[in-house]
Design a protein around this ligand. Sequence first.
Ligand code: PMP
Length: 330
Amino acid sequence: MRVHNSLIELVGDTPLLRMNKVTNGLAPTMLAKVEYFNPGGSVKDRIALKMVLDAEDKGLLKPGGTIVEPTSGNTGVGLAIVAAERGYRCVFVCPDKVGNDKLAVLRAYGAEVVVCPTTVAPDHPDSYYSVSDRLASTIPGAWKPNQYTNQNNPQSHYESTGPEIWEQTEGRITHFVAGIGTGGTISGTGRYLKEVSGGKVKIIGADPEGSVYSGGSGRPYLVEGVGEDIWPETYDTSICDEIIAVSDKDSFLMTRRLAKDESLLVGGSCGMAVVAALKVAETASPDDVIVVLLPDGGRGYLTKIFNDEWMADYGFLSTETEEVTAGQVL
Ligand code: PMP
């Protein structure tokens, strides 16, 4: 029988899909690495699996142990799936700005969710950083993966995402474009692709306008999962050849186009990465092969990006036919 014995076996090996319409006739080949094909629906399944397996190897996580992590999104789902499979309890600490749908998904996977106020300072005892630290030190057998410092985050991409892309393109990739959140995806995948190609593959980061990676102050933006107001240890500053800042508006309009034109219902950070990839395509040569990584699916964003009223409230939908302008190159 052609069966899989565990959902975990289905992490990775995601497809590479040619994008035909959003490219508007640009000559270089544009390929999307569609990460919503992972069993938990996002790229974060890769890091969840690697972080848990390594913690088991090092004896940090023992049978019956508890995984404690401040996360409200994709990393939580990935960890919950791996935890259910391997018999661990999960406690996730989320800020109260996180929508109920996201909390419901984590609970549906069997995780316990502790909600903390967003308005307090990070060092306040009720902040979600403080609460997760306290839970990790008081729950017996607790282990905190910490995706912002855990080197298994970039390492999982070095071992899976990078080699997959190299093999799928038969070594023809010339540019890799991805958003930067923890920096794990771009640092691990980028390091592999640079090494295997002898430095030929160009690595381009996409970043929300306002985030530190593209020189911003950390001011707020609406695209979820990418950009930072701090520099995490999981981001290797030596990997990116270029960082392109993209506005919320351009990110969201492209996200909607991806659904309509390419039938790719994906999240806002995917639209952001595609805007940056198209900017790269404008000056690339016709033989170039640009791979852009799309981290998650779009169902978690139906009440925001795919909701006309929400978009209009933020002034993102001024005209129906508005073209997405290219991101600003820094
Ligand atoms: N997009 C989304 C939706 C994410 O959840 C993340 C992870 N924070 C990213 C992009 C960025 O990935 P990374 O953390 O590997 O930089």
